[in-house]
Design a protein around this ligand. Structure first.
Ligand code: GLP
Length: 256
């Protein structure tokens, strides 16, 4: 099962995630990271940036992207990754890929999968969780075997993300996302969620049945998952006592 760590706040989660990511980079300077966007992982990127480690050889693959935004749109995930991740962490722009930007959109999914495989696969995949249970942009109903492809966003996701745009009408309807199958191939999944609005999706992902109706539940099929959540996001879970007990008794030699 996933290791579930209930943290004080996003900053504590960011420090723990940074520990795991920088331990990986120390072992493997050209490690391959799966980079999530959205508000959730920002504390991870802040914590990593504050440690001033040389990350110039690290390679990265963004989790998802809108389809249909102009190339220079400030809310494209390519722009967000450049602004919030590549710059502050000192990553090398040429080593960071974003789906939908490698060639024609018709073959963008296959091209992205081929690039991930050529890089040797993703070592650590950072994940947020949508209020409707999505990971990446894999909306409810997405196949557990799905690979990177163009998808259609739910109304709820477009409403959630409207805060980044002038209005919901400006939020693209289409997106391209790593599939649940792509995510399941990564070596280690780091899933983060904060706030009461994520509580239902957290229960569905961690303790609900494994079902395409709750895409986050795909993590239950993965052998190495760390879930970093605050009290509010953990508020609906049944096994909280065990998660705390397991974390408190974690062998000192074992990293995340
Ligand atoms: C967005 C992104 C996801 C993200 C999720 C949660 O739509 N495509 O990758 O994890 O929804 O977003 P946030 O972290 O802003 O709550």
């Amino acid at each position: 099962m996933a290791e579930v760590v209930i943290v004080r706040d996003a900053d504590e989660a960011g420090e723990l995630a940074a520990d795991a990511i920088l331990a990986l980079v120390a072992r493997k300077p050209d490690a391959v990271l799966g980079l999530a966007t959205g508000s959730t992982p920002l504390s991870v990127y802040r914590a990593i940036a504050a440690r001033h480690v040389d990350l110039s050889r690290v390679r990265g693959f963004a989790l998802d992207e809108y389809v249909g935004l102009p190339d220079d749109h400030p809310e494209s995930y390519r722009a967000v990754i450049t602004r919030d991740v590549v710059g502050p962490l000192g990553l090398t722009p040429e080593l960071i890929a974003v789906p939908g930007h490698l060639g024609p959109i018709e073959t963008a999914g296959e091209d992205y999968e081929a690039a991930i495989i050529a890089a040797g696969g993703i070592d650590i995949q950072i994940l947020g969780l949508g209020t409707d249970g999505h990971i990446g942009f894999n909306e409810p109903g997405s196949s557990f075997g799905s690979l990177t492809r163009v998808k259609t966003l739910t109304r709820r996701t477009r409403e959630d993300n409207a805060r980044f745009f002038a209005s919901i009408d400006d939020v693209p309807v289409n997106c391209i996302t790593q599939g649940l199958g792509t995510i399941r191939r990564a070596g280690h999944l780091l899933l983060l969620a904060f706030g009461a609005s994520k509580a239902d999706a957290v229960v569905a992902a961690l303790e609900g049945p494994v079902t395409a109706s709750a895409p986050g539940s795909a993590i239950q099929l993965h052998p190495h998952v760390t879930v970093l959540i605050d009290e509010a996001a953990a508020s609906g879970l049944h096994n909280v006592e065990y998660y705390r007990y397991a974390w408190a008794n974690k062998p000192a030699w074992e990293g995340l």
